[in-house]
Design a binder for this molecule. Structure first.
Ligand code: TXA
Ligand code: MG
Length: 320
């Protein structure tokens, strides 16, 4: 079992000694280690059971610090950083030699983010190195949005989880990279594409694939619960399963014919940020109910609905 607490000094000591720990962020909890220490970075991959070809995000606390481990900061990247940092935005920038190939899986860019969580910002300010941190879930499972989620899955493998309460955004950061002058969204996330376009104009969104090495986080079954999750097809599901063996995940309404206790409504008020905040916790709850299948509906394809749909699709076994 890991210690769960708010003792930043202990966490600082552990990280300085090359250990990896759970840290809170506004998006999801991270599994953090000294980004400048290859042994710590290797530990991250091992604890998560993550293949080393899947690079890590480096977390820091200021644009000035970020500038010390990137070779350049394009104009549009600066505009986005100024608009959204600290916050759920990750920028892919040309890496400097101080960042090891282990962190970036040999890519020439490094993913950088300033997370917006008071405890983690305080921790980062106390350290003289940045933190490499993927989401603190075993590779392929749903990301954690509370210290308890981390404890349940990785508690035996790490010494400490810094408890910062429930993540307020609830889905991972939006990842933006650059092709020449043009910004490209590689992962939909906690900042809506519309908000990014409001700062730098139209951007391209790269659709997810299992084989595109530049498309981050797009390995199949990335956010899967263990129970099969099916998008739509309710009549078929009802033919195959008895209603008390069906759970549901919907945006703002209950579904007739499924018991209410098996249902999770992301936001009765149809509020996208509220839906995002609940998404992963509700998937976990459904996964642990005595049901056999999860029926899910997609949200309207706008605002954070796009990122939420992306996660639901990748949790699904099939779709319409
Ligand atoms: O909100 C978040 O981003 C959370 C919190 C903890 O900050 N972190 C997170 O990390 O979601 P992770 O490792 O679960 O997802 C990061 C994704 C990975 O899929 C990885 O492939 C991609 O970012 N990535 C990292 N560095 C990259 C790079 N240089 N080029 C392309 N993709 C990169
Ligand atoms: Mg992840």
């Amino acid at each position: 079992m890991a210690t769960i607490g708010t003792d930043i000094l202990s966490v600082k000591k552990l990280l300085s000694a090359g250990e990896v720990v759970g840290i809170p962020t506004e998006t999801v909890y991270g599994l953090a280690g000294n980004a400048f220490n290859d042994d710590a970075v290797l530990k991250i991959f091992n604890v998560k059971n993550r293949p080393q070809f899947d690079p890590l995000i480096v977390h820091t606390d200021s644009i000035a610090h970020a500038s010390t481990f990137v070779r350049s900061f394009p104009q549009k990247a600066k505009q986005l950083a100024e608009a959204f940092w600290p916050g759920p935005l990750t920028l892919l920038l040309p890496k400097s030699d101080t960042v090891s190939d282990l962190v970036t899986s040999g890519l020439s860019t490094v993913a950088v983010r300033i997370p917006n969580h008071p405890l983690t910002l305080e921790l980062l300010a106390s350290l003289d190195f940045p933190l490499a941190a993927p989401s603190a879930n075993p590779f392929g499972y749903i990301s954690p949005t509370s210290a308890l989620h981390v404890e349940n899955q990785l508690g035996k493998k790490i010494p400490y989880i810094l408890d910062g309460g429930e993540s307020t955004v609830g889905i991972e950061s939006t990842i933006v990279g650059f092709e020449g002058e043009d910004a490209v969204v590689y992962r939909l996330g906690g900042i809506a594409v519309e908000a990014i376009e409001g700062i730098i104009g139209p951007v391209q969104t790269v659709s997810h694939s299992t084989s595109n090495p530049k498309a981050p986080g797009m390995l199949k079954s990335h956010y899967s619960p263990r129970k099969p999750l099916v998008i739509n097809h309710l009549p078929e599901i009802l033919q195959q399963y008895s209603p008390n063996k069906i759970g549901s995940l919907t945006f703002n309404h209950l579904v007739d014919s499924i018991p209410a206790e098996n249902q999770r409504v992301l936001s009765p008020a149809a509020d996208y940020p509220e839906a995002a905040k609940h998404l992963f916790a509700y998937m976990r709850q459904l996964d642990s109910l005595p049901i056999e299948v999860i029926y899910a509906e997609l949200l309207p394809e706008k605002d954070l609905g796009r990122a939420i749909n992306d996660r639901i699709r990748r949790a699904a076994v099939r779709e319409v």
